[in-house]
Ligand binder design. Structure first.
Ligand SMILES: [Zn+2]
Length: 82
């Protein structure tokens, strides 16, 4: 069975789901939203270490993006506070 990685458009939660058939509608485990973006399919035969490394890299990337997002927001507020 294929495993898909999704990102929730409502709360930005990322998670992997095992898809059983095409009729099941995946939902976010955090907010139960079904407004999801399919990111990529992970080969189910991938080794644990490779998978862990990929997840670690993704988490670092997400943290960086979140940090930049906060900074952009602060900058915006700083320049629109008059
Ligand atoms: Zn969500």
């Amino acid at each position: 069975m294929p495993i898909y990685e999704y990102a929730c458009r409502s709360c930005s939660q990322r998670f992997e789901l095992l898809i059983r058939g095409t009729s099941a509608q995946p939902a976010c485990p955090e907010c139960k939203s079904t407004d999801l973006e399919k990111l990529l399919s992970l080969p189910s035969v991938k080794s644990e270490s490779t998978h862990a490394r990929a997840l670690g890299a993704a988490k670092k990337r997400d943290a960086k993006q979140a940090y930049e997002k906060v900074n952009t927001q602060r900058e915006y507020e700083a320049h629109h506070d008059d």
